[in-house]
Design a protein around this ligand. Structure first.
Ligand SMILES: C=C1C[C@]23C[C@H]1CC[C@H]2[C@@]12CCC[C@@](C)(C(=O)O1)[C@H]2[C@@H]3C(=O)O
Ligand SMILES: O=C(O)CCC(=O)C(=O)O
Ligand SMILES: [Fe+2]
Length: 320
């Protein structure tokens, strides 16, 4: 069975859409990164988001990103690769670049580090992991916790949707769910109102669990427009992705979101993408009699391919 990483490998990106700007060396926003002023850029309105207390404020351990550019380029994603340092995959769909750099991890973070820095991966963790507990395990622990949290959440969502666990066999074994960890960095920007942190998109996952400490994340609410999602200490943001949109027959619509450059300091976020195994076929489930499915059945791998081809038309392309 192929992995999520192998599926993305089949949709390579041009190098141009991988290498981020050297944010440390610029004093003005270059034209390549200057976005037309958009509605809601200056908005300081907070949206009200339902919050769930999961009794575990420590579920995520935030890790600082790699610091020097030299180290960063050593970790650059290859054109055919899915993991490593670089621009967001969606970059090629926009004619301006974003004020963003990220690091994508699929599978074990420790294996990933060993692969990148066979001789000094330990040094990497010691230098860059938060100065607490065992540096070696910090990412692995965090990832395991996230997997547990995602599984718990998924069970509850299925219960609500009246989808039998039989139909989601993969859920019993967390190791076969496709997961990815994305470390996002939004460097200090000399002119925040002209730059875009992360352009509007919906995630491809069932849902994404996001940790943010500084504001900047906005979601688009029908009839309201763009509004900020307030960071709450000890709480995580859950963004519904396209795959849950399909599975739930749009009862959980995927959330259009973006990141604006609000603050005058660097912003970090950590996103955990949770999806079924790549060969799993998704279709609207748990429909009561009389309800018609709105989407054709699609495998996770095929849907990833549709998004890679046309970001904003993928969902519409499988609409019945
Ligand atoms: C498992 C995932 C989910 C990915 C692709 C792959 C790894 C990186 C994720 C992101 C992270 C940044 C936004 C996004 C839109 C992007 O460009 O890369 C995400 C995308 C998706 O949700 O489609
Ligand atoms: O940085 C954020 O708050 C959002 C990140 C995001 O949307 C993503 O990684 O998909
Ligand atoms: Fe996202």
């Amino acid at each position: 069975m192929s992995t999520l990483s192998q599926v993305y490998t089949q949709h390579p990106l041009k190098v141009h859409y991988i290498i981020p700007l050297d944010f440390d060396s610029v004093v003005t926003v270059p034209d390549s990164h200057a976005w037309p002023i958009s509605d809601g850029f200056e908005s300081n309105d907070w949206l009200s988001i339902p919050t769930i207390d999961l009794k575990d404020p420590d579920a995520v351990k935030l890790i600082a990103l790699l610091s020097s550019n030299y180290q960063k380029l050593k970790a650059l994603r290859s054109p055919g690769g899915a993991t490593g340092y670089g621009l967001a995959r969606i970059s090629s769909f926009f004619n301006k670049f974003m004020w963003h750099e990220g690091f994508t991890i699929m599978g074990s973070p420790l294996d990933h580090a060993k692969e990148l820095w066979p001789n000094d991966y330990q040094k990497f963790w010691q230098v860059h992991a938060l100065p607490c507990t065992r540096n070696d395990d910090i990412m692995e622990d965090g990832q395991k916790k996230m997997e547990e949290l995602a599984t718990t959440l998924m069970h509850k969502i299925l219960e609500y949707l009246a989808v039998s666990e039989e139909e989601m066999k993969w859920l019993g074994s967390p190791e076969v769910a496709s997961t990815a960890l994305q470390l996002n960095s939004y460097p200090l920007c000399p002119d925040p109102n002209r730059a875009m942190g992360l352009a509007p998109h919906t995630d491809t996952s069932l849902f994404t669990i996001l940790h943010q400490r500084i504001s900047g994340l906005q979601i688009f609410k029908e009839g309201v427009g763009w509004g900020l999602v307030h960071p709450i200490t000890g709480a995580l943001v859950v963004n519904v992705g396209d795959l849950l949109h399909i599975l739930s027959n749009a009862r959980f619509p995927s959330v259009l979101h973006r990141v604006v450059m609000k603050e005058t300091k660097q912003r970090f976020s950590v996103a955990f993408f949770y999806s079924p195994p790549v060969d799993f076929n998704l279709a609207p489930l748990g429909l009561s009699s009389g309800q018609i499915p709105l989407y054709h059945s699609v495998s996770v791998a095929e849907y990833v391919g549709r998004k890679a081809k046309d970001l904003n038309k993928a969902l519409a392309s499988i609409r019945i």
